[in-house]
Design a protein around this ligand. Sequence first.
Ligand code: ATR
Length: 475
Amino acid sequence: MEIDGKTGLIGLIGNPVEHTLSPVIHNGISERMGINSVYVPFQVEKEGLEDAVKGAYALNILGMNVTVPHKNQVMEYLEDIDEAAGHIGAVNTLVRMKSPDSKDTPKAGYKGYNTDMLGLRRQIREDGISLNGKNTAILGAGGAAKAVVYMCLSEGAKTVYLLNRTVEKAEAVAKAMNAFYAKEVVIPMALQDYGKIDEKDLIVFQATSIGLAPDTDSAVLEDPEFYEKVSVGVDLIYNPADTKFMRLVTEHGGKAYNALKMLLYQGVIAYELWHDVKVPRDIVEDVYTDLKRKMYQKDNIVFIGFMGSGKTTVGKELAKRMKMDFLDTDSYIENRTGKSIPEIFAKEGEEAFRRLETEALQHLRDTVKNTVISTGGGMPLKRENAGLLKEIGRVYYLTAADSIIYERVKGDSDRPLLRGSNPYERIHELMKNRAPLYERAADIWVDTNCNDLEEVIARVKKDWAQFGNRIKEQL
Ligand code: ATR
């Protein structure tokens, strides 16, 4: 993104801000949508908060996110506050209001929203979780829990059991929320009193900080009897991806989710408010892949490219030299299904094969590390697969000219896609269609026209070493 005189500024106020993932979301959207704005984190001390908000307005900053520890205090410095955010008592997004000389809104300042709550709502709706008429429970009664209580009530939950170590805090939150809704829907309890909940299909939100990395081996409640009551568990923590709370939920037959999508959507919703646009779905999905990569970066090397581009030869040799494991997705699928690839193509068709590839990638994403993976030539054609490959590792696209590919594969009778009278024409046609998809799926291109294994390996190793240093800095 080139910064010029028209570049708009958006940003984040918090303390600390070094580890924020929000730039990945906002700058990722701007870049993909071609919108000329840049997102920058600002570290702001408590004493400087008022000046920061006023200064942001004076600097014509379009909007701001606000994070810990300012979400509450910032409300004092706003011109207006969205109703939901007011009830929750926390604001994470400031949206610039019109200038004072506009007749309709004679206000100069920001309006505060709580897109954390809106983001969580979008996540659970998308995951097909309906709260209407359901019994819910929330573990914790801090700032995050309050937004969840509000969401449960606004989505029509029948009951919200609010469990907290300090029961007085749960009581205070319940009192305020029940008064607002003029119903006794929120029931405050001490954590250890969960036995009094006589329900079987609870939808539970984990809103304490217990289980957050590096303390990944604990959950705020660990008793099996509690989890027997749970059908769905949503952990507001997303680091690690799989928390102890989530493991306890699934071990007892429930479905578990972390809240990385909540992080994604709170950002997307803020972005939409600031720029008055709708972010298209495919861009949201790509940004989600970026987020997952940034958060759960894996140390695998993935090769994509046309048949004959050298994925297996280069992959095997590289793995040997770098003391990494090697895996070929075609062999992996053959082992799992007990059928050869030509057999799958002939009997079940290409669609079925592509589905097997997606399943294989989902499994690999959750299991492999320190591995070099060579993929089937058609693997990145499906958008979903391209996203999964990026989650698995750094993706190298081995390129070669049509004529070179033809020379490499012409004698090979095992290639189902090349059967026919004019294989060279076929290669040319396939390459033309596939090249843009490979390019899109790749992090790095490596030219293999030189036909020199040493040269190709040296190029990959050089990039991988630089990339490794960047990951180390990031962690
Ligand atoms: P946030 O804004 O993220 O919700 P918070 O307001 O500090 O953060 O709230 C943290 C929540 O985690 C609270 O519900 C807290 O319980 P208390 O109100 O009793 O303090 C809960 N929590 C933190 N550490 C805990 C622990 N060791 N055991 C049980 N609950 C804990």
